[in-house]
Design a protein around this ligand. Structure first.
Ligand code: ADP
Ligand code: MG
Length: 703
């Protein structure tokens, strides 16, 4: 679909300039200099000829068809030029010019205008305000970048143009090969999602890397990324803060959620590997682009120095990778070929005076061992070390089989020539072994995800109609927060267990309610304006008789009024006293980019303090719900410590899934909390003791 950008038959440079130093000159000369073989048309009304090519006053004057237009003219002329491109039948436009969305109100209008024209004619746009595009295999360098990276397997997209130039510089100096290189700029039209879709089908792109600051449509990104990562590794660096929306939050989940959490969850759920720095971004992508897949977590280390071997081992263990247990045959082979002082167990230490032959022997043995999924070759430059010869042999042995091998030739000056040889054999080198381990870990995650079955979303039998009616009623009364009775209706409609409770408007009603429910009871202030009832002493447990009910009724009302004079007070809730159990929280906060952000964690009144919570975007699968439980720090508590019975994890998962279904069915829920969900021992279920729902204002919002 985006062929016009990557493999066009003909290109016009609108705003091609005659003077070196101008962008319009740089773009044209890059196209010519780096071997583009299609037709090239400079467009400039004031020139006859530029860089030896005939120049045309307008794209409409070009006698032949033009597939791609690269626009390098002042912003205010872009709409008109776009119109001409439309008439000419141009398929794609790279707008390098700046002065659009990034430049304030006028720019926003201009960008919209340009986009409208493009839509009308069916032209796709990259940019505006970008550096351009490079397709090394075509080859086409449609950018004003200084240089052209070598051909290779990395497809790179970036929202930041400055980062593009830095990466390019690095690619040139390290001879790192790229397949595609796209500076997205303002993303008026083509964005991350389009490129993921296009590159998934591109044979030359073995790994896709993304530098992003924000997304337009998080849900769509998730849908597409989920598909793409089945086959192609996607590594992302996310930076910058996206607008989290200005809505005041009124739930525990709302307080703890945030755009950062949403991105984290979305990446995890879609299998997008997150790199925490640009350094990691490239560490991972080199391994993906140049080595065969890592099909397990067992790694062998071959080293000529003890210390780095141990560092690598530690890093393996920290990251959830494993030091491979070598087979007895392998150990025997190693013993025969290495001196007695060598360590023949993993990490295999060929010791400081090792020449190439020892490396060859050890690496070959390790690669042949079926317990080994991948190998890291560590080399430190000692007096006799044959750096280049060893690199040569490592390269040859690695190429002869299908397990991944990563280098960690440590140092710079002495090992430099060896690293170049490794690179020529497509073996990425990491100056520190920990970084090689990090790359292997990313590869293992990608592989495991590919083996996992696609998520299955369960559907419970629920009563949507009742929920619909409750929401309509609440909104009809001009409210957004639900009362307890209403919340209970919702919970029951979705099959969730709650303690009995009755709202009392005066002390007599309270006593009647308590007697109806049966002592002991719990009393809680009922007000839509009081979020944390306990904070103001608004919750009393274990109330045993009518006198206490009367006393506390007055006390709770008094406290609420003193706390907030104009709080709306609905009365006091009389509630069945639930048995003690473990308290967890399940909540949802609607994220502006990704939608329902579901939270699970250790609950009760200390959630905000402990912050032991984890997030996913709803809907979630059973597998994802299970992972959420495993992820929190206190999952040991749930599994039972010191002879305790484990908590009913099935009931937690069931609740997570029902909540997930509820908020997916009803996008108008902007916030909800169940806190606590009191969970009992295995087999005894869970009960939602306290909950809260907040609805969205009716269609006030617009993007
Ligand atoms: N019905 C109940 N049975 C037993 N314990 C309860 C009950 N309701 C509340 N609690 C306890 O009181 C704490 C606070 O009550 P809750 O209704 O969650 O109020 P809030 O969160 O507004 O302070 C809960 O975390 C729970 O430990
Ligand atoms: Mg609570």
């Amino acid at each position: 679909m985006l062929e016009a950008f990557f493999t066009p038959q003909s290109v016009a440079v609108i705003g091609a300039a005659r003077k070196p130093g101008k962008l319009g000159y740089g773009v044209l000369s890059n196209i010519l200099q780096y071997g583009y073989s299609g037709k090239v048309y400079p467009i400039n009304p004031k020139a006859e000829e530029i860089l030896g090519l005939k120049s045309y006053p307008s794209v409409l004057d070009v006698p032949d068809p033009v597939e791609l237009a690269i626009i390098v003219i002042p912003n205010k002329f872009v709409p008109q030029v776009m119109e001409e491109c439309g008439k000419k039948g141009v398929k794609g436009a790279i707008i390098i010019s700046a002065g659009f969305r990034e430049a304030g109100m006028e720019g926003i209008k201009l960008e919209r205008q340009v986009l409208d024209i493009a839509k009308q004619y069916g032209i796709r746009i990259v940019g505006p305000n970008c550096l351009g595009i490079i397709s090394t295999h075509t080859p086409l360098n449609a950018s004003f970048a200084a240089g052209m990276p070598p051909k290779g397997g990395i497809a790179f997209m970036s929202q930041s143009g400055a980062l593009c130039t830095a990466i390019l510089d690095w690619a040139l100096s390290e001879e790192i090969g790229f397949s595609q290189f796209v500076s997205l700029g303002n993303k008026a039209d083509v964005d991350e999602v389009d490129l993921l879709q296009a590159w998934e089908k591109d044979e030359n792109s073995r790994v896709i890397i993304v530098y992003m600051e924000g997304l337009k449509d998080g849900q769509k990104f998730m849908r597409v990324a989920r598909e793409v990562t089945q086959r192609t590794p996607v590594v992302a660096v996310k930076s910058g803060n996206t607008a989290a929306g200005s809505r005041a939050v009124s739930s525990h989940t709302g307080t703890l959620a945030g755009s950062e959490r949403a991105y984290e969850a979305a990446f995890q759920q879609t299998g997008v590997l997150r790199a925490n720095s640009i350094e990691h971004l490239f560490d991972y992508s080199l391994a993906f682009a140049y080595q065969p897949p890592l099909k397990g977590r067992s790694i062998a280390i071959v080293t000529n120095a003890g210390g780095p071997g141990i560092m690598a081992t530690d890093a393996l263990e920290r990251s959830g990778m494993k030091l491979a247990t070598l087979q007895p045959e392998t150990i025997e082979t190693l013993r025969q070929g290495l001196p007695p002082a060598a360590n023949v167990f993993n990490p295999i230490d060929v010791i400081g005076d090792a020449l190439t032959d020892r490396y060859a022997h050890a690496l070959k043995a390790a690669l042949e061992d079926k317990n080994v999924d991948g190998v890291i070759v560590i080399l430190t430059p000692q007096v006799y070390t044959q750096i280049e010869e060893t690199a040569e042999v490592v390269g040859r042995l690695a190429a002869a089989q299908d397990k991944p091998v990563l280098g960690s030739f440590m140092g710079q000056q002495k090992v430099g020539p060896g690293i170049k040889i490794l690179n020529r054999h497509s073996i990425p080198n990491y100056v520190f072994p920990e970084r090689a381990v990090g790359a292997f870990e990313a590869m293992a995650e990608f592989w495991e995800r590919g083996q996992r079955p696609a998520p299955q979303y369960e559907h419970f039998q629920v009563d949507q109609e009742t929920v619909r009616q409750v929401f309509d009623r609440v909104r009809g009364e001009g409210r957004l927060a639900l009362g307890d009775a209403e919340s209970r209706e919702i919970m029951e409609a979705y099959g969730l267990r709650i303690p009995r409770s009755i709202l009392a408007k005066n002390a007599d009603e309270a006593v009647a309610a308590a007697e109806n429910i049966g002592y002991p009871v719990v009393m809680k202030i009922a007000s839509p304006d009081i979020l944390h009832k306990s904070d103001i002493g608004g919750v009393r447990l274990n109330i045993r008789d009518a006198d206490q009910v009367r006393d506390f009724f007055d006390l709770l009302i008094y406290r609420a009024q003193r706390y907030m004079a104009d709080a709306r007070i609905w009365g006091v809730l009389i509630q069945e006293m639930a048995a003690r159990g473990k308290e967890v929280i399940i909540g949802v906060n609607r994220d502006p980019q990704f939608g329902p952000l579901l939270m699970f964690g250790l609950g009760g009144i200390y959630v905000e303090v402990l912050q032991d919570v984890t997030f996913r975007i709803a809907p979630v699968s059973r597998q994802e719900a299970t992972e959420m439980i495993d992820e929190i720090r206190s999952y040991h508590l749930l599994r039972g410590v010191r002879g305790e019975k484990p908590a009913d994890l099935k009931a937690i998962i069931d609740t997570i899934l029902r909540v997930s279904q509820l908020v997916t069915d009803f996008p108008e829920i902007v916030e909800m909390d169940i806190n606590p969900l009191t969970v009992y021992d295995e087999g005894r279920g869970a009960v939602a003791v306290d909950m809260r729902f907040v609805l969205k204002e009716k269609e006030s919002k617009q993007e």
